[in-house]
Design a protein around this ligand. Sequence first.
Ligand SMILES: Cc1ncc(COP(=O)(O)O)c(C=O)c1O
Length: 290
Amino acid sequence: MWTPAASSAAPARTSLLGILCRAYAGPGDEVLYSQHGFLMYAIAAKACGAVPVTAPETDLTASVDNLLKAVTPKTKIVFLANPNNPTGTYLPAEEVKRLRAGLRDDVLLVIDAAYAEFVSKNDYTPGIELVDAGANTVMCRTFSKIYALGGLRLGWAYCPAGIADVLNRVRNPFNVSSAALAAGEAALEDAAYMELCKGHNDYWLGWTSAELKKLGLTLTPSVGNFVLVQFPKEAGKDAVSADAYLRSRGIIVRAMGGYGLGDWLRISIGTGEENQAVVAALADFLAQWK
Ligand SMILES: Cc1ncc(COP(=O)(O)O)c(C=O)c1O
């Protein structure tokens, strides 16, 4: 395990995102993120009186050019979920480096690498090297995803010492419980189980994506532990109807209207049986129209 220059534990990342906003943005400032970026960025920005600003994406993927174009003198923080929830798409390390290089030094870049452990791409990094480069960059991680400890609300940031100092002053005292810390440490020590979970996701992400494509559905190239699936616009075949049909079969997926992606559903990778059940249910749903 590498030794962080400075790190800061906080009660799960959504809270860490809020602490970052409270510390580095306020009324009149702008917090920038990509069009279909994780919705907590807008909520955290608004909660501290800042204005959330989005930059258009290309093929449901963050665009460095568009993010840089959207920067104004009021921009204080840029959030980049890499990979992003709900699109599942990611930016290669070189693109994130280009984003950092194109930002003013006083703009904080927060790389939210919640799904980093799931990614199997040679050109991907969670961004540790950008934090180490000494720039104004923070990387956030969580125990809620591959470690499946969401209920314990445990996350952490790797950041320059000065930023860790600020976060430690802004956060509430004793904001992480000792039970959560003990569970987090135990999870990190159990590397074999993490690899097992990653192997499971690698296999079933590929299988589920391929099967849904065989049904004629469109998917983003997700590298996370979920797929984002597009449905036709016609009434009866649309995402709302698919969602209702899946529920009638006891399967709960995530509707995406809140992200401006009303034609899409996000489906988490589950156990083998669950993945087979969702594919079978969608095959039956679509077969009604043949
Ligand atoms: C991109 C992204 N960042 C952060 C989080 C929040 O994670 P936590 O449970 O640590 O608050 C999520 C959870 O959905 C996420 O998708």
